[in-house]
Design a protein around this ligand. Structure first.
Ligand SMILES: [Zn+2]
Length: 177
């Protein structure tokens, strides 16, 4: 597989701290069964501000993808999430889209690890024992899902059409607004 072509532009003004320590990056990648995508990044070495997003080179229709994860092989299924894509893993988490949402290209395993990170973080700052217990159970469930021992569903809805789950197993439907 060829590495994505990356261009970077350092010395840009940062929207947060207003120093010229922001580096803009743009990478191009080719995703089988989806097409060419651009991955944009911003990162400031002064204040630590970071932002990333993903956009398909060609216009896409608003789409909803649903995937049932039930085996270890499913860990390799690629996932593209733009900042406008809402991710739902029923009974576990909703990751809302928006201005501060992160766009990324990953696979099911990478997404599960991201979600585990989010839950682990909330567990670390949570004080209520009952809520902590719930979070621990979710972490266990996600760990089992990684080994195909627990079924989970991943749903991504993106009105921009820039998000996708790349698998024959994924059910793609037109997103109703
Ligand atoms: Zn900054």
């Amino acid at each position: 597989m060829k590495e994505p072509k990356v261009e970077s532009l350092p010395g840009q003004p940062c929207p947060i701290c207003h120093t010229k320590n922001l580096t803009l990056t743009q990478a191009e990648d080719e995703i089988p069964f989806f097409g060419k995508i651009f991955i944009f990044g911003m990162s400031c070495s002064n204040c630590g501000f970071r932002k990333s997003d993903v956009e398909a080179a060609e216009m896409k229709e608003p789409a909803k993808y649903e995937l049932e994860v039930n085996s270890e092989e499913d860990m390799n299924i690629r996932i593209i999430r733009s900042s406008e894509g809402k991710i739902r893993i029923p009974y576990i988490i909703d990751i809302e889209p928006g201005e501060n949402a992160e766009g990324f290209v990953t696979n099911v395993e990478g997404l599960i690890d991201k979600v585990r990170g989010i839950i682990q973080h909330s567990l670390d700052i949570e004080e209520d024992e009952e809520t902590k217990d719930k979070a621990r159970k979710l972490l266990k469930k996600l760990m089992r899902a990684k080994f195909g021992q627990e079924k989970i569903k991943i749903i991504i809805e993106d009105p921009s059409g820039n998000s996708a789950i790349i698998s024959e197993k994924a059910v793609k439907t037109k997103l109703k607004r």
